[in-house]
Design a protein around this ligand. Structure first.
Ligand code: FAD
Length: 277
């Protein structure tokens, strides 16, 4: 199966060994001809150099690279400089985010929400960048209500975003409902599902609790029941995520954005499963 709008997400490696491993992983994943590969940006700009270096490598490998850019705590000048740098490197796509500052940082900065960043990028660089934003179709954890969150998402799109990538999830109902609601508000933008392969159960369950991603009860219970049996976790997770992607693509999802966590194997397994169906 040829998946339109396939993309992979990486984080900037912290060590030279990590960088070597990531290069190998990327080469394996490129076989699936992704539309772009994105690179995360640590809260408060903590990975700024690493993001830039990884983006440069991807571009040098002949692949479209999309740096993430989170604006919370940043100044107009610092974001302007980053945008100019990316533009000079020939980068044409940016994932524009608010980001989350670690507690104790205070809010500060000149941007408050991702919408401010989208507006700033458009004002500074016109149509140079294709702007991706984040979508929380199961509702962002800090949102006052689902309705307000949806309204803010639509405002963010109207500010000039071209497309969106969702937080990861395991239940397609909320995704399709969100697509309908955004459509009913008169927006027809691609909202690509973010897909998290299941490899480490305890980490996934812990992380999901804080980042606005629901793990359905039946999946949680099954994962917990496997204990340390990694082979069973991997086999079950592979089946669940492949079924989810099948449902999404069959229901008209415009593509898949895979959170690789810098590992090729889980994404390759998934794509192989989808190809074989
Ligand atoms: P926003 O769109 O600003 O929304 C954040 C909250 O503010 C929501 O509750 C929203 O309802 C509310 N809000 C929005 N506008 C207004 C308004 N005008 N008035 C009042 N409330 C408002 N984080 C990183 O630090 N680095 C990364 O590289 C990174 N990559 C990500 C990639 C993807 C695909 C996704 C889905 C998330 C990523 N994140 C990353 C996490 C993201 O930065 C956080 O989840 C953050 O809390 C929200 O970001 P946002 O861009 O959705 O924010």
């Amino acid at each position: 199966m040829d998946i339109p709008n396939l993309s992979f997400e990486f984080f900037p490696p912290k060590t030279p060994e990590g960088a070597v491993k990531l290069r190998t992983a990327r080469q394996q994943l490129y076989a699936y001809r992704p539309k772009f590969c994105s690179v995360t940006f640590g809260a408060g700009g903590s990975t700024q150099e690493g993001t830039l270096m990884t983006v440069r490598e991807i571009a040098a490998e002949g692949m479209a690279a999309a740096p993430h850019l989170s604006c919370i705590g940043a100044s107009y000048d610092s974001v302007r400089a980053l945008l100019q740098g990316y533009r000079a490197e020939g980068i044409r796509r940016i994932v524009a985010l608010r980001g989350d500052l670690p507690s104790g940082y205070g809010i500060g900065g000149e941007f408050h929400h991702a919408r401010d960043l989208v507006e700033f990028i458009r004002a500074e660089t016109g149509d140079w960048f294709h702007i991706e934003v984040a979508a929380y179709h199961e509702t962002h954890p800090q949102a006052r209500s689902p309705q307000e969150d949806l309204r803010h998402f639509i405002e963010k799109m109207r500010a000039g975003a071209d497309s969106a990538i969702t937080q990861y999830f395991f239940n397609s109902d909320a995704y399709f409902r969100f697509i309908d609601e955004v459509g009913a508000a008169g927006m027809s933008v691609p909202i690509v599902p973010g897909i998290m392969p299941i490899t480490n159960a305890s980490q996934l369950l812990r992380f999901s609790d804080v980042c606005g991603a629901e793990v359905p009860r039946w999946i949680r219970l099954r994962l917990q029941s496997f204990g340390d049996d990694r082979a069973s976790i991997l086999a079950f997770g592979r089946e669940v995520v492949a079924d989810l992607c099948d449902q999404l693509l069959a229901g008209g999802a415009p593509g898949l954005h895979i959170y690789t966590l810098n590992h090729a194997a889980p994404a390759l397994d998934l794509l192989q499963d989808l190809g074989g169906r």
